[in-house]
Design a protein around this ligand. Structure first.
Ligand code: A3P
Length: 296
């Protein structure tokens, strides 16, 4: 089947048990068969965990902090989204990748078990960014309201339950963060936390730099921290997703660069919802000890 290019809220279809937007499911065979170059970098996240922020940090590190070089194109063109086939006007991830020379910075939201196996065969460096479940959920809710291609979010209360049941696009947050966590040593995955990046961005930029075997000066690191602050990225047309126009991304419903904070969940969860969520969280996460923080 061919993917549709029309703007619509795609339903989800399960691929190996994981709900993915239908255009991804229809093109699954070509996504699964993708063969990266060993020099390609993978940035993997559950949606809304800080992907764009990390993509910008990496691109700046690769360009020695050259802000102009990193304004050569919007984020999804500089760093293609592996599995995405929409929305227009951005071409599909695979199409963009086919026209780029390695090393490429490739974005995916696929859970670990759905990442094309050639990434692991070729030992591609992989950076995973995780964000605490409650803030991740809030951010995803607003994104699903503004992105007219994502499945309908429905009311907030019901959305919390869909998140807990793993019914949103790209599936269960719980399985996602666990999947990469359990493989991080074997696959040499750098596992980062959004909250750590907020708390001490300089430290996290340095961690990324070392993982990528790069070396930039102290001044350049400081410059990268400044350029990747929420405020600057919100104003930067190459990072704020103004490249995806309405009606696909309706920034008047909620801007892509929304708040960029830790703890915004407190403004959305009622005390009852928070307790119900925490009780379920304890059950779903009982088999791992991933040091998430919901406040810093
Ligand atoms: P909020 O909706 O909580 O504001 P992704 O890039 O994975 O889609 O994640 C988007 C989330 O990361 C949004 O969260 C967005 O505001 C936040 N974000 C993007 N750039 C950021 C930055 N430089 N600093 C902090 N948060 C950032």
């Amino acid at each position: 089947m061919k993917a549709s290019n029309s703007i619509a809220r795609f339903p989800v279809i399960k691929v190996k048990g994981v709900p993915l937007m239908s255009h991804i499911a229809y093109n699954w065979d070509s996504i699964w068969a993708f063969r990266p170059d060993p020099s390609d970098l993978l940035i993997a996240t559950y949606p809304k965990a800080g992907t764009t922020w990390t993509q910008e940090i990496i691109d700046l590190l690769l360009h020695n902090g050259d802000a102009e070089a990193c304004k050569r194109a919007p984020t999804p063109v500089r760093s293609p989204f592996l599995e995405i086939y929409s929305p227009p006007p951005i071409p599909s991830g695979l199409e963009l990748l086919s026209k780029m020379d390695p090393p490429r910075l490739i974005k995916t939201h696929l859970p670990f078990q759905l990442v094309p196996p050639a990434f692991w065969e070729n030992k591609c460096k992989t950076i995973y960014v995780a964000r605490n479940a409650k803030d991740n959920l809030v951010s995803y809710y607003y994104f699903d309201c503004m992105n007219q291609t994502q499945p309908e979010p429905g009311p907030w209360e019901g959305y919390i339950h869909k998140f807990m049941r793993g019914e949103l696009s790209w599936g269960s947050w719980y399985e996602h963060v666990k999947g990469y966590w359990l493989e991080r040593e074997k696959r040499n995955i750098l596992y980062l936390f959004y909250e750590d990046m907020k708390e001490n961005p300089r430290r996290e930029v340095e961690r990324i730099m070392k993982y990528l075997d790069l070396s930039v000066s102290e001044d350049v690191i400081n410059h990268i921290v400044e350029l990747t602050s929420f405020k600057i990225m919100k104003e930067n047309p190459m990072t704020n997703y103004s490249c995806v126009p309405s009606p696909v991304f309706n920034h008047s419903i909620s801007p892509f660069m929304r708040k960029g904070e830790v703890g915004d969940w407190k403004n959305h969860f009622t005390p009852e919802q928070s307790k119900m969520f925490d009780d379920d969280y304890a059950t779903q996460m009982k088999d791992v000890n991933i040091p998430f923080r919901t406040l810093i």
